[in-house]
Design a protein around this ligand. Structure first.
Ligand code: NAP
Length: 273
């Protein structure tokens, strides 16, 4: 049980796989009631049934496409209709795409901005007023170590996560002393559905891989401690710290070299590495 989450309704976006599924499991163990959302309804229903069976969790499923401009508002309307008073919002749903920006699909890049950025703004704005009034609850945004420097060949994704960190830290400062906690969790590479969705294939992830389990457990512990920005893992933490200290040009070129090593760069551009 957890003083922060016990008997509170927690909305987890992107709960159908990876970090979101793990977050839901760990939150259930902490005594939370859960609203699970993503597009794949059957996976959410199976997870909800498992959590109820194993932990006695009250779990509601609300399928939503949060890359659609109306998706977040529809989700908020469903919460109101079911009278679900959400105390904690976990903005976890997100995806990336790897490749030369000029070759990437324009509609998919824009959908990424809608999901990774706009839906977080809409959901947070929709729910934070209730948290402030209750002097309880909070917002946990899943960003990435990609937030700390531009990442060539993953340009849109890294920019969306930089937004998440900036937005989170500003909101945390606004809500200091309000009783509402706000934190950005910045994982490094973790094996989930993320790699396939981004177009990485094979065992391409280098150093510093934490499991989803450890990433989430450490992230939730940091949120419970009241941190505002947390990067799990020593190597990830050091990389993120260095990226904020060193000149932008240097860290951007280093990020480009890493992407070339991962083989996500078309031949003509790869030769420059
Ligand atoms: N894995 C990593 O290496 C890593 C590192 C740093 C940060 N992150 C961040 O961690 C978060 C979770 O990603 P993950 O690694 O767990 O990847 P994942 O296994 O692919 O999970 C992504 C989740 O987002 C949901 N989602 C995708 N598009 C959606 C949409 N249009 N509407 C609603 N939900 C949508 C997916 O559900 P449906 O497909 O069912 O909709 C899924 O539940 C993301 O924000 C990602 O950027 C991941």
């Amino acid at each position: 049980m957890s003083a922060v989450f016990s008997n509170r309704w927690v909305l987890v976006t992107g709960a159908s796989s990876g970090l979101g599924e793990e977050l839901a499991k760990r939150l259930a163990q902490r005594g939370a009631h859960l609203v699970l959302t993503a597009r794949r309804e059957e996976r959410l229903r199976n997870l909800a049934a498992d959590l109820t069976r194993v932990n006695g969790t009250r779990a509601e499923v609300v399928p939503a496409d949060l890359s659609h401009p109306d998706g977040a508002d529809r989700l908020l309307a469903a919460l109101r209709e079911r009278e679900l008073n959400v105390s904690h919002l976990v903005n976890n749903a997100g995806f990336g795409s790897a490749g030369a920006f000029a070759d990437l699909d324009a509609a998919r890049e824009a959908a990424m901005v809608e999901l990774n950025v706009a839906s977080i703004v809409r959901l947070t704005r929709g729910l934070v007023g209730g948290m402030i009034a209750a002097r309880d609850g909070g917002v946990l945004n899943v960003a990435s170590t990609a937030a700390f420097q531009p990442v060539p060949f993953m340009a849109t994704y890294a920019a969306t996560k930089a937004f998440v960190v900036s937005f989170t830290l500003a909101l945390a400062a606004e809500l200091e002393g309000s009783g509402v906690r706000v934190m950005a969790l910045c994982p490094g590479p973790v094996h989930t559905g993320f790699q396939a969705a981004a177009g990485f294939e094979g065992p391409a992830i280098p150093l510093a891989v934490l499991t989803p389990n450890r990433t989430v457990e450490r992230g939730l512990a940091a949120y419970e401690r009241g941190e505002h920005l947390y990067t799990p893992g020593l190597v990830n933490g050091l990389q993120s710290f260095a990226a904020r200290l060193l000149p932008h040009g240097l860290v951007t070129r280093a990020a480009a070299r890493t992407m070339r090593r991962l083989g996500r760069v078309p031949g003509k551009l790869a030769a420059k590495g």
